[in-house]
Design a protein around this ligand. Structure first.
Ligand SMILES: [Zn+2]
Length: 422
């Protein structure tokens, strides 16, 4: 009997803080676990601060926020002295200062470095999206930037994140897996602030988790409700539950990254092959020499190394870790050669061209002079993402096979425990 079959039969119902995570096969027997709680003792952990955008103060920029019909936006400064009620707020950055405007009136300078905009009811519209909670405008004087930050209840944030991080059409069990991983990931960043922790907890991009504000897929609330407050923990601390779209069968324990060395639960030594049906488990991508050169020339991480290379003749992966993830690449040109970090190459090409860094690069002209376009390179790779933590395509397949939500999380984050935030 293989492992997955055995787990199919031993269907588990885990009861945590009165919340049931139910597998999609009928349980034979309910197993009641000791109710464990984890205390969150820092500032209000039920709220999260998400960076929506950042704007250099030296560039003229207009920002427009609007309330729902019949509602107003309350603009208040940090000291609470300056308060205005408006149906829309027009802001402008000019000469390093922030200005606001009411209706047809002229702009006037806003005094202070922090302003909160809260609707009297409903949400705030900004650009193409709508946001719950408060929009905070924060001037980071060190970096000379205006930061636009959305502060909202963590569970509302997770409800939005579910739509952008997994498919709304996937089954509820997969939404529950993602909800717990996303909650733990967010909570880890709330509890372990980095250099920007003074201003915000996470960015709204795939640097952290993609967040585009409110959406209409209300059935996703179900997964949030069923997993409310549950997080993945290791030694009583919230885990950094990294996740990617498809691991490509790469064993995370062999990946040479600081997170793998720092957190044992990211050093999984069992291979996931459940994602092998996905198109990006193994992939090939052709790229034109000119496009590749443009990407390397224009990206800040590669432009200085690339500028003297000239016409690209070849690209070689010169060092890899045990997992096969490229650490360094050599760019060979008609003028000179330059060694660049794998990470820089990946960032420069972007995630829609280079899906992961477990790659080989072939010069198609060198491989087949007769038929290939001499300008083309072919990148062959495994997986989509960084190969660490939860593999979403693999987890989706395990849900199909009948694995329970806790067992899926245990497989991808070994030696962890699920607990409820108190
Ligand atoms: Zn996988």
């Amino acid at each position: 009997m293989n492992f997955s079959r055995a787990l199919n039969i031993i269907t588990t119902v885990l009861v945590l803080g009165g919340i049931c995570l139910i597998a999609n096969t009928k349980p034979k027997k309910k197993v009641k676990h000791h109710q464990e709680k984890i205390k969150i003792v820092n500032r209000d952990a039920q709220q999260i601060r998400v960076l929506i955008s950042e704007h250099p103060l030296r560039v003229i920029k207009k920002i427009s926020l609007t309330a729902e019909p019949e509602q107003k936006l309350v603009l208040s400064s940090l000291d609470g002295k300056a308060k205005k009620k408006l149906s829309s707020i027009e802001l402008a950055i000019v000469d390093g200062m922030l200005y606001s405007k009411k209706g047809d009136e002229s702009y006037h300078k806003l005094k202070g470095t922090q302003f909160d905009i809260t609707p009297t009811s409903g949400h705030t519209n900004l650009w193409e999206s709508s946001y719950d909670g408060t929009m905070r405008l924060e001037i980071d004087q060190k970096k000379n930037q205006l930061l636009v930050i959305n502060i909202l209840p963590l569970e509302d944030y997770l409800y939005s994140v579910l739509l952008t991080e997994v498919y709304q059409s996937w089954p509820s069990e997969m939404h529950q897996v993602q909800a717990i991983a996303s909650r733990s990931y967010a909570m880890y960043h709330i509890k372990n602030p980095n250099g920007n922790g003074k201003f915000y907890d996470v960015k709204n991009s795939n640097h952290n988790q993609v967040y585009n504000g409110k959406h209409k897929y209300t059935h996703l609330r179900d997964a949030i409700r069923k997993t409310r407050g549950i997080v993945v923990t290791h030694k009583d601390k919230v885990a950094l539950t990294m996740f990617d779209a498809c691991c490509g069968g790469v064993i995370p324990a062999n990946v040479d990254r600081k997170e793998v060395h720092q957190f044992p639960y990211l050093a999984r030594d069992r291979r996931c092959v459940y994602c092998r049906g996905y198109s990006l488990f193994n992939w090939k991508q052709s790229i034109n020499n000119m496009d590749l050169a443009f990407s390397l020339r224009s990206h800040p991480l590669t432009q200085s190394d690339f500028k003297n290379v000239g016409m690209l003749k070849n690209i070689k992966v010169v060092s890899k870790d045990k997992a096969g993830v490229a650490q360094e690449l050599m760019l060979v040109g008609d003028k000179s050669s330059a060694k660049i970090k794998g990470r820089s190459f990946y960032e420069a090409l972007g995630k829609t061209t280079c899906y992961s860094l477990n790659i080989e690069v072939k010069n198609k002209a060198a491989a087949n002079k007769a038929t290939a376009n001499k300008n083309d390179f072919e990148i062959c790779g495994k997986g989509f993402g960084h190969h660490l933590g939860l593999c979403q395509r693999g987890a989706r397949e395990l849900v199909r096979k009948g694995w329970s939500v806790p067992n899926i999380l245990k497989f991808y984050y070994p030696n962890t425990t699920l607990k409820v935030i108190s």
